[in-house]
Design a protein around this ligand. Structure first.
Ligand SMILES: Cc1cc2nc3c(=O)[nH]c(=O)nc-3n(C[C@H](O)[C@H](O)[C@H](O)COP(=O)(O)OP(=O)(O)OC[C@H]3O[C@@H](n4cnc5c(N)ncnc54)[C@H](O)[C@@H]3O)c2cc1C
Ligand SMILES: NC(=O)c1ccc[n+]([C@@H]2O[C@H](COP(=O)([O-])OP(=O)(O)OC[C@H]3O[C@@H](n4cnc5c(N)ncnc54)[C@H](O)[C@@H]3O)[C@@H](O)[C@H]2O)c1
Length: 484
């Protein structure tokens, strides 16, 4: 027997975006149905941010032990031992510690009607999920994305990993091959290398290619120094099982072609495919709801409304930036419109992003290249190195720099930081860009000493350096001196 529900809001997908809409609506006493076909918490909690950052943390500990002797701290002779099962358990303990926040029980406790089933539109204003038909006043689609696996000949003949299976591996891979040098590929390459695997990354174009090459060069140099082989501009043309160096388990062989068409082979024990994402659209039957979409995802305006004005799309499925904080921010904009009938508009330029390699790579606002397109040469590009910072010296973390982009009137347009703690330090600049602050605001505030955040203020001060040599300023100082 089908049960008909008529809530104010029906949210499809209980990941970063959907959970935020459901919790906010319930907090205001609005009737809301939340439909989830898989695990509560979506990609971020189960297969994305949380397990990847937990694995990165394990790798950091291994690396800290390796570098401890630089600080006069030792562990005696011998190699660092990594217990693969224990690393696996650590990652899953972290997921388990956070999972109650996203659980069915918690959301039911908040007053949300949670349905554990797959959702599908049957017409412009009705969704079917399990034995329910939901005719809501507004729908929010937050169904996220999945790994996009390219059709490389032979791929289906080997056991390959994606972010959905990587965190279930219990034994350290002897040699991890990674196809794709984006944030997933590079973060996971470094974590595995630090935990003792050999790692080779094959990237079709440029590794971390969406970021400023001046700063990615510093990350890539460090990854190479740690022993990761990064092959750029190469196409994988064939994948096949291989018997590796007499080892019992069969390995995997990639046949690749470089930019000049020359063929070469790379051999490893495991393969991670990290070649981008595809939107979770298929199950929804969007044509039945009159919702337009393309290969990137559901088409939305800046207010996140779809071509059916009663339906919103947020997070990864909305085809733009794919980050947890963006999904959460989208959720807030949608709640503002549905609950309070207030207009809202998404401004992607204000969204920060961080790649959690070590050194971290963080950015907000316009990159130098983007700013040059908009402002031509009427720009200030200010830099300051970590090596000039006392705390960075104390921590022996001197690699890295900040790069700040401002217009000729000193308004801050963007900032990029590569170095230790860059992901924390970008917060200040995110506020600066969103509040249209100027370099004088940063010059005037006082960061505590000794912190790495001071490099931001030092970069801002370089803007004023020419003043110290200005003839008129020097004359003015001379006049003022006469007053005693
Ligand atoms: C390895 C990895 C690391 C990442 N690291 C970071 C990071 O450090 N920082 C960051 O900001 N972002 C990170 N991301 C990106 C981040 O995980 C996503 O941007 C975020 O999860 C998107 O949230 P969402 O709500 O759009 O989708 P999701 O969190 O994926 O949730 C979508 C939910 O919808 C459900 N669903 C799908 N179709 C249906 C249907 N028809 N019916 C019912 N339910 C359905 C799915 O089961 C899923 O639970 C990472 C991603 C990966 C893969
Ligand atoms: N720290 C973070 O916030 C974080 C971490 C991981 C993922 N994410 C999110 O998840 C998204 C997806 O990450 P991703 O790394 O999978 O995707 P991506 O699209 O950013 O990078 C994929 C890379 O794979 C390469 N590639 C594609 N097909 C290839 C092929 N056949 N052979 C070789 N190389 C190929 C591309 O050139 C690209 O560099 C990111 O864009 C980001 O939004 C965020």
């Amino acid at each position: 027997m089908t049960q008909r529900l008529t809530p104010d809001i029906c949210v499809i997908g209980a990941g970063s975006g959907g959970l935020t809409v459901a919790a906010a609506a319930a907090a205001f006493g609005v009737e809301v149905v939340l439909i989830e076909r898989g695990k509560m918490g979506g990609d971020c909690l189960n297969y994305g941010c949380v397990p990847s950052k937990a694995l990165i943390a394990a790798g950091k500990h291994a690396e800290a032990i390796r570098q401890a002797s630089d600080f006069g701290v030792g562990i005696g002779a011998g190699e660092i031992r990594v217990d693969g099962q224990r690393v696996h358990d650590h990652v899953h303990e972290v997921i388990a510690a956070i999972a109650p926040n996203d659980s069915v029980e918690r959301f039911r406790g908040l007053g949300v009607n949670v349905i554990e089933a797959e959702a599908r539109f049957i017409d412009h204003d009705t969704v079917r999920a399990g034995e329910f038909e939901i005719a809501a006043r507004r729908f929010v689609i937050a169904t996220g994305s999945s790994p996009l696996v390219p059709p490389i000949p032979g791929l289906d003949d080997v056991e390959y990993l994606t972010n959905e299976t990587l965190f279930d591996v219990k034994q350290r891979p002897a040699h991890l091959l990674v196809i794709g040098g984006g944030p997933i590929g590079m973060e996971m390459a470094q974590a595995h290398r630090r935990l003792g695997s050999q790692v080779t990354v094959v990237e079709g174009q440029i590794a971390l290619g969406k970021e400023d090459p001046e700063l990615t060069a510093i990350v890539l140099e460090r990854l190479r120094v740690e022993g990761i082989r990064i092959i750029e501009g190469a196409k994988v043309t064939r994948i096949a099982p291989s018997a590796r160096n007499g080892e019992a388990s069969a390995g995997i062989e990639l046949t690749c072609e470089d930019g000049d068409g020359a063929s070469f082979k790379v051999d490893g024990s495991h393969l991670l495919v990290a070649t981008g994402r595809k939107p979770n659209l298929e199950a929804l039957d969007l044509p039945a709801a009159g919702v337009e979409f393309d290969r990137a995802g559901i088409k939305v305006g800046s207010n996140l409304k779809t071509s059916n004005r009663r339906i919103f799309a947020i997070g990864d499925i909305a085809g733009g930036l794919q980050f947890t904080h963006v999904a959460g921010y989208h959720a807030g904009l949608v709640v503002q419109q549905i609950l309070f009938r207030l207009p809202a508009s998404f401004r992607p330029a204000l969204m920060p992003r961080v790649t959690f390699t070590d050194p971290e790579l963080a950015h907000v606002g316009l990159t130098e290249a983007e700013a040059r397109k908009e402002h031509g040469d009427r720009l200030e590009v200010l830099r300051f190195p970590y090596a000039e910072n006392d705390r960075a010296q104390a921590e022996r973390r001197t690699e890295g720099r900040i790069k700040v982009i401002a217009d000729r009137r000193a308004r801050i347009l963007g900032a990029s930081i590569v170095g230790a703690g860059a992901g924390e330090m970008i917060n200040l600049w995110t506020l600066a860009v969103s509040k249209k602050m100027s370099l004088s605001d940063i010059r005037a505030y006082v960061p505590p000493y000794p912190t790495m955040t001071e490099i931001g203020k030092r970069a801002a001060i370089t803007y004023y350096a020419p003043l110290t040599r200005n003839r008129w300023v020097r004359r003015l100082l001379g006049i003022l001196r006469r007053f005693g």
